[in-house]
Design a protein around this ligand. Structure first.
Ligand code: SF4
Ligand code: SF4
Length: 250
């Protein structure tokens, strides 16, 4: 639901405040209908509008979430003072858009999120990992994926964990099976270019698990990539992309 608010209509609030200034009588907020702005979720600016989203509600139902929210859209031209103020805000934001805090980039070697987080994998993810490692789809599924198909059939499971001894585990607090670097304490993803989309989409913005001990400067060299502990020749299975193409594991 969207409503465009004519800022001129807000003269009434200004009038009320002026009344307060002039008479010394308090502005009675209780008499104003502030309910719509109690839960403001976001304020977005573009060249012509300010959009304020508020009162988002998520209703969880079986296998579906329905998100309802209300928006106000302010049109710039309605109030010259407001327009001027917003232009300054936008200019400032543009000027400072690169002044983001350093922790927006993960400190190299952190990877705290690769423990305690179970990346879901789709069929495409499994196939990409299989091609990358030179394994079959089925072997990747049985060795590195906890099988649990999602209700819509899109995800086929999540990546397994390994314990301190490197043994495969299903304990979610353990490290991802593909996480490398436990000896040095500077971690990296052993299948980075083939990692699940879930991992690729993970954002460090607002991360609270950052490992602050790690230095943020200097170059970081990841070690050797993950190699499967394969005994014997490749098993046959469905969709053996890398094997068919004669590619070997990296
Ligand atoms: S800073 Fe956060 S998001 Fe980045 S690697 Fe560390 S735990 Fe993961
Ligand atoms: S696949 Fe790579 S990025 Fe994803 S959780 Fe495992 S180690 Fe981390």
């Amino acid at each position: 639901m969207q409503e465009t608010i004519d800022l001129i209509a807000h003269r009434e609030l200004r009038n009320l405040r002026r009344f307060t200034r002039e008479t010394g009588q308090p502005t009675k907020l209780a008499e104003l209908d502030l309910e719509p702005i109690i839960n403001v979720q976001s304020i977005e600016l573009d060249e012509e509008h300010v959009t304020i989203k508020y009162n988002t509600k998520t209703e969880r139902r079986y296998n579906a979430n329905e998100i309802t929210h209300k928006e106000w859209v302010y049109k710039y031209n309605d109030d010259p003072e407001f327009v001027e103020a917003l232009k300054r805000v936008i200019d400032l934001s543009r000027k400072h858009q690169y002044d983001l805090p350093e922790n927006v980039a993960c400190p190299p070697g952190c990877a705290e999120c690769c423990s305690g987080y179970e990346p879901f994998v789709s069929r495409a993810d499994v196939q990409r990992i299989a091609d990358h490692l030179g394994m079959t789809y089925d072997d990747v599924m049985s060795e590195y994926v906890v099988k649990r198909e999602s209700a819509d059939g899109y995800n086929v499971g999540w990546l397994r964990k390994v314990d301190e001894k490197g043994e495969l585990s299903e304990d979610t607090t353990h490290k991802c099976v593909f996480l490398m670097g436990p000896k040095s304490g500077r971690y990296y993803c052993g299948i980075y270019s083939a990692r699940p989309s879930d991992c690729g989409a993970f954002t460090p913005i607002g991360c609270e698990d950052v490992d602050w001990k790690l230095p943020r400067h200097g170059t970081y060299k990841a070690g050797k990539p993950f190699e499967p502990k394969r005994k014997g020749p490749l098993k046959t299975g469905r969709r053996t992309g890398a094997a068919k193409n004669g590619r070997r594991p990296k």
